[in-house]
Write a protein that binds this ligand. Structure first.
Ligand SMILES: [Fe+2]
Ligand SMILES: [Fe+2]
Length: 280
């Protein structure tokens, strides 16, 4: 499959980007400097498992340069692509930079929390984050819908984890940080759901195999590179439910609300997603 020939028409991607930006006005933005009273952050009110969960998600969010780079590599905005592809990618870039700013803010908010709450000092945290930060990250896909289907699951899974964690922590500053983060992830999810829906509408059955491949090989970011990832992931799932397969049903919802009458192939995809869910 050729990435360039499988892209959405530019008007479709532009409409999704416009929708995302309309849902993200400056008046609703927040920043690390003023959104929280950091002097009240207190890790003494967290369980050991909750502290560990904060450290884990800080590492995940802090890998933003690696995630951001995936878009540059697979949706280049330079002279390596033809004009039509460039125009498509240039529209998408309006989303990508805003999204990246928000994700970078998540990384800073969590690091700032760790410092203010007394989990880690800034210097050692910086050094610790660099160990994972220098690990490569890529998504080995060849159809554009796969990047959005992957991100759909990952953003939803992250949103749900932040909500679950927020529900169990008894520390108001961390709770409000997690509230901000989960609302942003919900908006990121909505964009991905919108784009995946547009691929389904425009390309129909041609998207089935690529999406199936995403689900069949799904790994949360850094699962393959972070030292001790699985042990850690299990531990934080003990603190608050962390299960990306819970996000699969949201992909099924996108399929359902996009397609009036499922083709046999889409039916089969939905069945497959359901089986992956049940296995987990
Ligand atoms: Fe995030
Ligand atoms: Fe996100």
């Amino acid at each position: 499959m050729n990435m360039e020939s499988a892209l959405l028409p530019v008007d479709e991607v532009a409409a999704a980007v416009d929708g995302f930006l309309a849902a993200s006005p400056a008046t609703r933005a927040w920043d690390v400097e003023t959104a929280f009273d950091w002097s009240l952050a207190d890790a003494g009110r967290l369980t050991e498992g909750q502290r560990s969960a904060v450290q884990f998600v800080t590492l995940i969010e802090d890998h933003l340069p690696g995630y951001f780079d995936v878009y540059h590599r697979h949706f280049p905005v330079d002279d390596t692509v033809d004009r039509t592809t460039f125009i498509h990618n240039r529209e998408l870039y309006h989303f990508t930079v805003r999204w990246a700013l928000e994700e970078d803010t998540h990384a800073r908010a969590l690091a700032r929390y760790q410092e203010a709450a007394g989990i880690a000092d800034r210097g050692s945290l910086r050094a610790e984050l660099a160990v994972e930060g220098q690990q490569p990250f890529d998504l080995p896909y060849d159809h554009p819908v796969q990047f959005f289907a992957y991100a759909l699951v990952q953003e939803k899974a992250t949103q749900m984890y932040y909500q679950h964690l927020r529900d169990v922590v008894d520390e108001p500053i961390l709770a409000s940080v997690l509230g901000r983060l989960s609302r942003d992830e919900a908006r990121h999810f909505s964009f991905m759901a919108d784009v995946v829906g547009r691929y389904l509408r425009v390309q129909g059955d041609a998207t089935v195999e690529p999406i199936r491949d995403v689900i069949a090989n799904f790994r949360m970011p850094l699962a393959d590179t972070m030292r001790g990832y699985w042990r850690w992931a299990l531990k934080i799932a003990d603190v608050a439910s962390y299960d990306h397969t819970e996000a699969y049903e949201h992909l099924v919802k996108v399929i359902d609300r996009t397609v009036d009458a499922r083709s046999d192939r889409l039916d089969e995809l939905v069945r497959f997603i359901g089986e992956c869910n049940a296995l987990a």
